[in-house]
Design a protein around this ligand. Sequence first.
Ligand code: PLP
Length: 414
Amino acid sequence: MATTVTPEPEVLSPFEEIAALERNYLVQNYARYPLALHRGKGCYVYDLEGNRYLDLISGIGVNSLGYAHPRITKIIRQQAGLLLHTSNLYYHEYQGRLAERLAKITGLKRSFFCNSGAEAMETALKMIRAHGNSVSPKKINIISLDNSFHGRTLGALSITGQPKYRKDFEPLLPGASFVARNDLQALEAAVNENTAGIVLEVIQGEGGIYPVSEPFARKARELADRYNALLVFDEIQCGVGRPGSHFAYQLFDTPIMPDIVIAAKPMACGIPLGVVVATENAGTSIKPGMHGSTYGGGPLACRVALEFFDILDELLPSINSVGVYFRMKLTELMRQFPFIKEVRGQGLMIGVELAFSGKQLVLDGIREGLLFNCTHDLVLRFLPPYIITEQDVDRAISALTKVLRNAKKPDGAQ
Ligand SMILES: Cc1ncc(COP(=O)(O)O)c(C=O)c1O
């Protein structure tokens, strides 16, 4: 007689045990919040005790379709039963198809796939170097912006315009220099015939949600053309649907084309995938054997990304409308809480600048069932999943109102 096997109930370790193991065995580079997540559904995640949290940070802009999205879950299950990894020794069905999709979306011709934002940035830096070297050994300079963030690898750090991230690892790549965002004169003064590349976040993310102006981006394009340098847009945080268009550079009144755009976070809904999409000229600066990535562009990640882009086409209008609604509701809070100095952003990339540090508010938010983070000490950052609705925003605003009402303001703050 067949017996029915009841699945063992999942036994979860108590939070303290999880935290203690990490304390004992992990490199202590992260300052985690006191919360261990167990599962998620839609825009919500659940901790070990089953408490629910509305997620407005989505794994720092990665969980673009929230959690357990039925179409993504189905694709992952199917592909797991077929083929997870091939290496780039062989072809598979999805890498070329995804590259074709990206070419149509970006207007750029050639893609290289990798596994993270920093790896995409490294690839773009190698394209810049290879391009510069093909012109002159002196053409090695790269201009990027003060307050920028491009990743944690040594190359990406070299062009990250925040000394706090760089200082422990110097000397870094030679030839990097920084100009103030939106300072056209400073940019003009910095670029010359030895400039091989100009790298910009179209909207600075980690730096506090600051867009570059259209005239500044246009000036960067003009100078890159004048001095035969590559213009790179880092859209790892601000791109791939988050601004309400496929890429933030497409929102300028007259679009400004980069030579290279790099993307990562939201593209495969939590499965690591980064990409560099380049013009024919920039893309062919990398010749056979000059670059590679063992995992880059595997069948699982590429197939999930193809499904994601199908779903994104349906979601773009609501990313825009819910983004406008969210910013309007946050702006209304400014009347009640004068310590909110500014609400800024585009689509579902939103920053709320405070008159004092927002770090405690993040912890208070967790207690109210709301996840967001704080960047640059003063800026509450919201990068919710693209499936968020106005109803979810209403819920978020009422929890946030409680948090703000109880905020302990430092002496002197209103
Ligand atoms: C604009 C930008 N560039 C690069 C990176 C680095 O990406 P990753 O953490 O995937 O290496 C980030 C990460 O937050 C980012 O926001």
